[in-house]
Design a protein around this ligand. Sequence first.
Ligand code: WQD
Length: 320
Amino acid sequence: MKILVTGGAGYIGSHVIRQLIAAGHEPIALDDLSTGKIERLGDTPLVQMDLASADAANQVVEAIKKYSIEGVIHLAARKSVGESVDRPEYYYQQNINSVTNLLVAMRETKVMNMVFSSSAATYGSPDVDQVNEDYLARPINPYGETKLVGEWMMADAAKAWGLKVVSLRYFNVAGAGFDDLADTAVANLIPIAFNAIKNNQPIQVFGTDWPTSDGSCVRDYIHVLDLADAHIAALDYLNEDNREHSIFNVGTGKGSSVLAVIDTIHKVIGKDFAVDLVARRPGDPASLSADVSRINETLGWTAKQTLKDIVSSHYRATSN
Ligand code: WQD
């Protein structure tokens, strides 16, 4: 299928594009290159535009017609939790207007297949360690709110005009499937930790007094290549008829603590580095991992890569 991948020049988007090609699809990237990198795309065509701009719907209609698009994978979004707290209106303008413009264009051109990049941030700070998709979504920051609203908009389009849509709730994505596709945004634990080591700075552990096995926060770290493959599985699922809006967690189903991640980094790089045990970060839940039984059973997808694979692939890709 000819698939439009918004955010295709991004860290996750470029992995999705390479896996689409490997699966025999024909991806076209759509990206404003504000954070994406064109060199990640190779020969994949690029529609360079801002999905949140006033004329975006018309530009997407033109792109759909030009490339005979049959489906969309929507990844383009602002995704910094901290920034969303400081600039909620910017996050709503960017993340919600993009979904609106995309749906307007898809309805007009009768493109009926959508895979939407949602997030574990829709769950907020749940009072259980492992969440399934029926857990009440109560986001605690504007970023998570924009992802939940995006899901609602997808469900409304499915009811109103038959859009076949899957929303994928990403847990903590890390690692590199290809050495030229490292996560270069130093915004999450594993890139932050490696960046600290490179700069001979201590890695900060945000709290060791949490109610977890070793006192540090627990998260579900999913390899970006496994995540990309989940999008291919979602596309195949949409190809069958009468699909209502489906939501799937994308994780490993296993939690790893911050100290376990740090221990894995130590094992992979084989050298000592400084670690500072500091205060908790506001807004962090103690433990959050995915119940992945629905995606396992419905899409036949399961994560294959381990935490060690994630850490060593990031290390290899950022050491070059
Ligand atoms: C992971 C753990 C920190 C940095 C966010 C988004 C979520 C999703 C994944 C997009 C936490 C701890 C971190 C550090 C630390 N993104 N930490 N020292 O907050 O789990 O989730 O990214 O969908 O939506 O909310 O990710 O990487 O910031 O933190 O101890 O220097 O590492 O406390 O427990 P988070 P993170």
